[in-house]
Design a protein around this ligand. Structure first.
Ligand code: IFM
Length: 793
């Protein structure tokens, strides 16, 4: 079943049926002022931290309540509804609603009983408050008298856990006031240094009534769907004191036929003076349109740096808007706040963040650089990464997982084997995109002590693994490798990390070569050869690579096993790293296709663990076919697509893309449940009674892996030190497609012809009328704007 569709031109997703199978969300603002909103206006807001700066209440695991509600009451016939379908939930035969989720804004357009409303929600660029602007129009033939009620349920404490569970305390620390068109809430009023202020104000009209007491607004034994003040047509002018607070403001409007009026509600953590200044900015509401345009321009200018036109709308929508936008959201928000993450994590996960950076490098390498520096400065001087990089990370002065203070603050008593190795693919992408190879000479501190150049940091990342090798000459798995549920410890070995290390050596050699350091190249080459020999000797089993070895030499991911016989990642990573011989790549990737592929994506491994015979396989905690226990983990789908493009299988790469693309499930939304415009963390696979159901929306490393696989793999746009390589790997039935790409400040309009229907292989490139040799367009040959013709086949 379909609940909406993409609007590529406007870079929006339109929810046309508001009764979606799960709350379909959008992100407004940034973690400085964060706001999450569903198609029914459910969601919450916070300043800086979802866990410690929360001022708008949301019940996790609930029916998507409460939210940013604007109620409409007909003062003559007594009927009432809401600008979003929920919470009042009018009969959908009479109530039409289209929610436009856009880049940094959401506009819910509704029609009921000849009244047209548009409820626009956004956080102005670089501001720390939110705006809800309602336009209301009388589409009927008689005059109407309406009351509009803006309602924000305020928390009683910035700490959301305290607000939720410690009511013997938090109910008694907040009170509200009403002053000049706004509700002001103060927490800990009697201790000036502890005070927190919030406001909910109205602009564009005079407030006719208010409630600062939630229970008075809702009324006894009533709900968000039928609040007493709305049903009565008037607020009670209540204020809370030792009860729950809210901001509820009533505005009465009279509308002649065809007449439209607008009002705005504003919400934030400001005291009276700050709130008054903000309200005065909205004296003239035309500023709202300006701010909206500014937001769109901000996001669209980033996304427009790479746009494609291919025969697949699915791919176009994902590359051009939604996958790209999700990459920015995961980059900016990390795993801070969603309808599943409540903001409790006090920092950035090392591996997730370093991978998130990859998703935006092709669109904004300057933005990427700052975060990359931070992550390099979170590398310990022994070469490992800090599992969690605290928001107040202080390079040179941090503890390590061996240090009780760090463990107490972060809960991470162990190193992970993979963390710092993620730097290699991310750093090389940054260097090749920006051309700023001097970055390798930049001196960056280590997290605990000392400093080194970026180049030195990379070498030290290799050293961390080299200092921790197991009996088969492969890196040990420590607390985890990419897979959080594989606990191989100080002696068990991980093939995933072995392939990461393999890739690390190759990238290090490339950089060393460019820096003219032949002794370093030779050092890395020797170690690479040794690792390669060990992989070939111990890890290749007939037609697949195994997943690892436990410390007592049990092979994980062997055909001889009853559970977890074949695993996806070692096969795809053998290809990505370059360790797989061509024949190994072919047979092992075929094996994955035959044994692990489903129509909803490819399983992490099969069969799932049920007997829990293997103590290192913590994934047995989860139901079979769920998450790391043989679920369709979404992040590795990107690696699989990329690996297939590397071995020239455009048809299969595209099939894998279609299997995992959220847009593919747009008309099967009742199966997938999650938003059809964003990737989730995983999809239930074939041993689940709910195969195809997806979970954990928005904040997932999938955004970056799939993005990279589409941009560099399928579209084949691969920045190199001296230019841009164009080497697409596409379905054989694509005869023509085009792309617009900004690279090093130059614009390329690229048209690709594939009249011979090949999957990969470029026979000719013509730039501005001049044919070049090979598939690399030298940066020196780029004009400000360039016409490029690529002929495949
Ligand atoms: O790699 C991890 C990630 O860091 C957090 N989510 C689960 C992934 C797989 O275990």
């Amino acid at each position: 079943m379909q609940y909406g569709h993409f609007d590529e031109k406007n870079k929006e997703y339109l929810i046309t049926k508001p009764n979606t199978p799960a709350p379909w969300a959008n992100y407004l603002g940034s973690p400085e002022y964060g706001a999450i909103i569903s198609g029914n206006a459910g969601g919450y807001s916070f300043v800086k931290s979802g866990a410690n700066g929360r001022h708008l209440r949301y019940h996790f695991n609930s029916n998507d309540e409460p939210g940013r509600y604007i109620y409409v009451k007909d003062l003559e016939n007594g009927d009432y509804w809401s600008g979003s379908w929920q919470p009042v939930g009018k009969d959908l035969d009479q109530y039409q609603s289209v929610c436009h989720h856009g880049t940094g804004y959401t506009n819910i357009v509704s029609d009921y009983d000849n009244i047209h409303t548009e409820s626009l929600y956004y956080v102005p660029l670089n501001k720390t408050y939110e705006v809800w602007r309602m336009k209301v129009r009388n589409d009927g033939t008689t005059a109407r008298k309406l009351a509009l009620f803006g309602f924000a349920e305020l928390t009683n404490n910035n700490n959301y856990e305290q607000d939720t569970v410690n009511l013997q305390y938090t109910l008694f620390i907040s009170r509200t006031y009403y002053k000049n068109n706004k509700i002001l809430q103060v927490i800990n009023e009697n201790i000036p240094e502890e005070q927190t202020w919030r406001f909910f104000g109205a602009a564009g009209a005079e407030v006719a009534g208010y409630d600062g007491d939630r229970d008075t607004f809702l009324g006894e034994y009533r709900s968000y769907g039928n609040p007493a003040s709305v049903a009565n047509g008037e607020c009670s002018n209540s204020l809370n004191y030792n009860t729950n607070a809210c901001g509820a403001l009533q505005i009465n409007v009279e509308l002649q036929p065809g007449e439209e009026k607008e009002v705005a509600f504003l919400l934030g953590q400001y005291d009276e003076q700050g709130a008054s200044e903000i309200l005065s900015h909205y004296k003239d509401l035309s500023v709202v349109e300006e701010e909206l345009e500014e937001l769109k321009a901000f996001w669209h200018s980033k996304l427009n740096r790479f746009q494609v036109q291919t025969p697949s709308d699915n791919l176009n929508n994902m590359i051009n808007t939604w996958n790209a936008y999700q990459c920015f959201i995961t980059f900016i928000w990390s795993r801070a706040a969603s309808f599943q993450y409540s903001g409790l994590r006090n920092g950035l996960g090392y591996r997730d963040t370093v991978q998130d950076i990859q998703g935006i490098i092709h669109l904004d390498h300057e933005m990427a650089l700052e975060r990359l520096r931070l992550m390099i400065s979170a590398q310990v001087s022994n070469g490992g990464g800090l599992p969690l990089v605290k928001f107040d990370h202080n390079p040179g002065h941090e503890g390590t997982p061996d240090d009780p203070e760090y463990v107490r603050e972060t809960g991470h008593p162990h190193y992970r084997a993979d963390d710092a190795l993620w730097l290699f693919p991310t750093v090389i992408k940054y260097l090749n995109e920006s051309g700023n190879w001097d970055f390798t000479n930049e001196v960056v501190p280590y997290s605990d002590k000392g400093e080194d150049t970026v180049y030195g940091h990379l070498r030290q990342a290799l050293q961390f693994s080299l200092d921790r090798m197991g009996a088969h000459g492969m890196p040990v798995g420590l607390h985890a490798d990419w897979n959080d549920c594989l606990r191989l410890g100080a002696k068990g070995e991980s093939l995933f990390v072995a392939f990461q290390l393999y890739m690390g050596f190759k990238i290090f050699m490339e950089i060393a070569q460019n820096k003219n350091k032949p002794e370093d190249v030779a050092w890395a080459q020797g170690l690479l050869d040794e690792l390669d020999g060990n992989i070939q000797k111990y890890a290749w089993e007939k037609d697949q690579f195994v997943r690892g070895f436990t410390e007592d030499n049990y092979t994980i991911g062997s055909w001889e096993n009853e559970e977890g016989k074949i695993w996806m990642n070692p096969q795809s990573w053998a290809v990505l790293s370059g360790a797989a011989r061509p024949e190994q790549a072919r047979v092992s990737m075929d094996k994955v296709y035959e044994n692990l592929r489903t129509d909803y994506g490819t399983m992490l491994f099969y069969p799932p663990f049920r007997k829990y015979g293997l103590p290192v396989a913590l994934m047995a905690l989860f139901n079979a076919s769920t998450k790391e226990n043989g679920g369709i983990f979404s992040q590795p789908q990107g690696w699989l697509i990329l690996a297939e493009t590397m071995i020239g299988n455009g048809d299969r790469a595209f099939e894998y893309f279609l299997n995992c693309s959220p847009a593919s499930m747009n008309d099967k939304a009742e199966v997938r449940k999650l938003e059809p415009y964003v990737h989730g963390q995983f999809v239930e696979s074939k041993d689940s009674p709910y195969q195809g159901r997806a979970h954990v929306h928005w904040l997932t490393g999938t955004a970056s892996t799939v993005m990279v696989s589409l941009v560099e793999g399928i579209m084949g746009v691969q920045p190199q030190k001296d230019g841009l390589r164009l080497n697409p790997c596409v379905p054989s039935d694509w005869t023509e497609f085009s792309m617009v790409r900004e690279f090093r400040g130059k614009k390329l309009n690229i048209r690709v012809e594939n009249n011979n229907g090949v999957q990969k292989g470029v026979s000719r490139i013509v730039i501005n009328g001049e044919e070049i040799q090979g598939d690399l367009i030298p940066v020196t040959q780029l004009a400000a704007e360039n016409d490029v013709l690529v002929v495949m086949g």
